[in-house]
Design a binder for this molecule. Structure first.
Ligand code: ADP
Ligand code: 5GP
Length: 188
């Protein structure tokens, strides 16, 4: 079994930005591609950002016990990590990096307590979170509201993670997260 790095945060806090940065900087890392039933965004690629599958395919995989973990993150929108995805990455001798919601992050940490590093990315405030989501231009008024409301509850999970990183100044956050991850990679 190899190592795992888990990044979780309320939507809009900056996980995707930081995961992409770590993947560019640290060649040992490979992104764990989740399955989801949500619609693909125009800039996303199937099999790269997510495996986009139907709800019935997703439910078949639940029945077949193929998931390490899965969540109905938003009403009717399922997200999950396949066991086969971890095997694929570890077989290449690489370290798995996850971008998952806070519940998924805690579940994965509990499943792999000794060989994982879990990092909670916190926004400086809920107001700033809402502003970042608006600027990203991926949300309707409705989904924006849902995501910000959910963020309040998600913030209460922060202390269940190994580390908390407040993503205020992006350049500073990049430096901090890179050093946390390199330290973990070097450790036994
Ligand atoms: P998440 O994956 O957590 O939903 P993203 O990485 O998509 O969040 O970030 C949300 C938006 O905020 C993006 O448009 C991103 O470019 C921007 N962003 C990320 N980090 C910062 C930061 N430190 N300061 C300002 N904007 C940021
Ligand atoms: P988005 O729709 O913005 O891509 O993702 C919504 C949320 O689902 C994010 O918080 C993201 O981290 C989370 N997510 C993505 N993949 C998984 C997964 O495999 N499991 C869980 N539990 N959450 C996931």
């Amino acid at each position: 079994m190899g190592k795992l790095i888990i990044l979780s945060a309320p939507s809009g806090a900056g996980k995707t930005t930081l995961v992409k940065y770590l993947l560019e900087e640290i060649s040992e890392l490979t992104f764990s591609i989740s399955c989801t039933t949500r619609e693909k965004r125009p800039n996303e690629v199937n099999g790269k950002d997510y495996y986009f599958i139907s709800e019935s395919e997703f439910k078949n995989k639940i029945q077949a016990d193929e998931f390490v973990e899965y969540e109905e993150v938003y009403n009717g929108r399922f997200y999950g990590t396949l066991n086969s995805e971890l095997e694929r990455i570890w077989n290449q001798g690489k370290i798995v990096i996850f971008d998952v919601d806070v519940v998924g992050g805690v579940n994965i940490k509990n499943k792999f307590p000794t060989n994982s590093l879990s990092i909670f990315i916190a926004p400086p405030s809920l107001e700033i979170l809402a502003e970042r989501l608006k600027n990203r231009e991926t949300e309707t008024q409705d989904t924006l509201k849902t995501r910000v409301e959910k963020a309040e509850l998600e913030m209460s999970y922060a202390n269940k993670f190994d580390k908390i990183l407040v993503n205020d100044d992006l350049e500073q956050s990049k430096k901090e997260i890179k050093s946390l991850v390199l330290e973990f990679i070097k450790s036994k």
